[in-house]
Ligand binder design. Structure first.
Ligand code: MG
Length: 251
């Protein structure tokens, strides 16, 4: 140890099982420093954390493509993107795996339609697993299709929707499934907060998102795109970023 460095830990304590480190080990690597972001307001998205990977910063769709090929056809204005109905879902060019995903969305301020026809979009993790986006403020629908539902599998633990037109905040902790050849080694797990309210806590997914059937898993790569659904309603999104989930001192 350098004479001017201070030993902040111990080397005469037991080894923590499953690690190479003593309890309070003074040589265990320090966590990386991350400068936290700032909260969003109705008028303005907050700043992302310093190490976030930015997927949409409000200026353009250069990081996105149409799900079925070609350019993303949604419009960008005033710092947000908005679904252009019938142009199709859009996906990030980037493919990524386990992450903390942050995004904000707003259903149309002018209420139109009901149940699944009101402010419907969706956040498809790895292009396959939907966290529902829906205007559920005073809008009854089937429980496993509520905003924040793992669509067709689990209703959210609460309906935490703000009023239509207001910005709503998703923070999603995603652990993708793991496959070996055709076999499922580990299912996907997701934790979801909507407007700071816990909707799912490490919930095990039954499989990919489907409609009106019981789902299952199909093997796919360990990374995938973020996809936003075109469900024929003009839903807005802003401030989309993620941070990979990984241990910095796993050993
Ligand atoms: Mg949807």
């Amino acid at each position: 140890m350098a004479p001017d460095s201070k030993n902040v830990g111990y080397d005469d304590t037991p080894i923590i099982p499953g690690t190479n480190w003593h309890v309070h080990d003074g040589t265990r690597p320090q966590p990386p420093i991350v400068t936290p972001g700032t909260p969003s307001t109705e008028d303005e998205p907050g700043a992302p954390p310093s190490d976030a990977v930015i997927l949409f910063d409000g200026t353009d769709l250069s990081g996105w493509i149409g799900k079925n090929g070609g350019e993303a056809q949604w419009k960008v204005e005033n710092g947000y993107m908005e679904t252009v109905p019938k142009t199709g879902a859009i996906q990030t060019r980037e493919h990524f795996g386990d992450c903390h995903l942050h995004l904000e969305w707003a259903a149309p301020a002018e209420v139109s339609g009901d149940s699944q026809g009101r402010g419907n979009s969706g956040v498809f993790l790895m292009g396959r697993y939907e966290i529902q986006v829906l205007d559920c403020y005073d809008n009854p629908t089937y429980a496993d299709g509520t905003a924040g539902a793992i669509y067709g599998q689990y209703p959210p633990l609460a309906n935490a929707c703000r009023r239509p037109g207001e910005w709503q905040v998703y923070d999603i902790i995603w652990e993708g499934p793991q496959f070996e050849a055709e076999s499922l080694l580990r299912p996907a797990y997701v934790t979801v907060l909507l407007n700071g309210i816990a909707l799912h806590h490490h919930t095990e997914l039954m499989g990919f998102t489907s409609h009106k059937v019981v789902t299952t898993y199909e093997p796919h790569p360990p990374v995938g795109p973020l996809e936003l659904q075109d469900h024929s309603n003009p839903v807005r999104f802003r401030n989309i970023w993620y941070r990979p989930l990984k241990g910095y001192d796993e050993s």
